[in-house]
Design a protein around this ligand. Structure first.
Ligand code: NAD
Ligand code: LMR
Length: 314
């Protein structure tokens, strides 16, 4: 497994969590700065995973060779007042470069994109993989687990549920109003109209809440590391233990194809070969259907922006 940008806020924390994971044999930690320091520090922890550090672009290929799972939390985070799309200018090029290296060195790996704007960086990665003839849409994931984690937390707090048994489906994309929690599908739970509105708003703009609270010092890192590790844990269960797991992720998907949308997040069944089933959305409430209708044009713009970026830089 390889953690890209391992010295960053998310990178360090997710590396720490995954160093303890019993199914991880090796953690290859790459960053353009400080990777050896983080790797040496983590390597003293008495758990099974062997930790190696790779610093700077000259060592990127070596970091990636042989990886089964690659996690990409590379690039700049938001500051107050910014949208995730404002990060495109810097992060699009970073993700494109890393996707190229993945295509060259471990084209069969499960690739997990955390870098924002996820709605555009996943299409960028897909287009780069296509250029190298190695695109497998079943193995490229935009990590939207933090939206699910937030939904589980906020809804459990509001309704007094056992959070460990709460698993809410969140569909759409990963930015503001493209994030659509399906609160109407939580078994045995009913909400007032005002609870639905306020919980949905809280889940959609949870990221902004953290950006504001950090006041210029970045965005969610610890909850993101937890969420990313939770998603990777599921992939490892599929890959190593040969299980079929269920998780939400932003992938190339048939789910919203009828509305002209190529990438969409929904619940998926995933096994060792990648996505095996795109779980249908089921019945949406009128409120959720309106959110879906609002999400579609935004996602379309975000996806086109990513695809065009790769086309124009060829
Ligand atoms: P950070 O600034 O703490 O870390 C970013 C790291 O990226 C740094 O270590 C930096 O050296 C590294 N980096 C820069 N250019 C690179 C390159 N070319 N190759 C490899 N690494 C490079 O930022 P962070 O808080 O860890 O956030 C990282 C990204 O994750 C941001 O884009 C942020 O918006 C995104 N994010 C996504 C989610 C999500 O739910 N998907 C949640 C939180 C944050
Ligand atoms: C989040 O949801 O916390 C991340 O996408 C980071 C951000 O910019 O909000």
């Amino acid at each position: 497994m390889m953690i890209n940008s391992a010295a960053g806020g998310i990178g360090q924390s997710i590396s720490l969590i995954l160093k303890k994971h019993p199914l991880v044999d090796e953690l290859a930690l790459y960053d353009i700065v400080n990777a050896p320091g983080v790797a040496t520090d983590l390597s003293h922890i008495n758990t099974k995973a062997k930790v190696t550090g790779y610093n700077g672009v000259k060592e990127l290929d070596a970091a990636l060779v042989g990886c089964d799972v690659v996690v990409v939390p590379a690039g700049v985070p938001r500051k107050p007042g910014m949208t995730r799309d404002d990060l495109f200018k810097i992060n699009a090029g970073i993700v494109k470069g890393l996707a190229t290296a993945i295509a060259k060195n471990c084209p069969k790996a499960f690739t997990c994109i955390i870098s924002n704007p996820v709605n555009s960086t996943v299409p960028i990665c897909a287009e780069v993989f296509k250029t190298y003839g190695c695109y497998n849409p079943k193995k490229l994931f935009g990590v939207t687990t933090l939206d699910v984690v937030r939904a589980n937390t906020f809804v459990s707090e509001c309704k007094g549920l056992d959070v460990s048994k709460t698993n809410i489906t969140v569909i759409g994309g990963h930015s503001g109003t493209t994030i659509i929690p399906l609160l109407s599908q939580i078994p045995g739970v009913t909400f007032t109209e005002s609870q639905i509105k306020s919980l949905t708003q809280h889940i959609q703009f949870g990221g902004d809440e953290v950006v504001k609270a950090k006041n210029g010092k970045g965005s969610a890192t610890l909850s993101m590391a937890y969420a990313g590790a939770r998603f990777v844990d599921k992939l490892l269960q599929a890959l190593v233990l040969n299980k079929t797991i269920t998780a939400c992720s932003y992938v190339e998907s048939p789910i919203a194809k009828a509305d002209g949308i190529r990438f969409f997040s929904s619940a998926l069944k995933i096994d060792r070969n990648g996505v095996q089933e795109y779980i249908p959305l089921g019945k949406l409430s009128e409120f959720e259907q309106n959110l879906y209708n609002e999400c579609i044009p935004q996602l379309k713009t975000n996806i086109e922006k990513g695809v065009n970026f790769v086309a124009q830089s060829k």
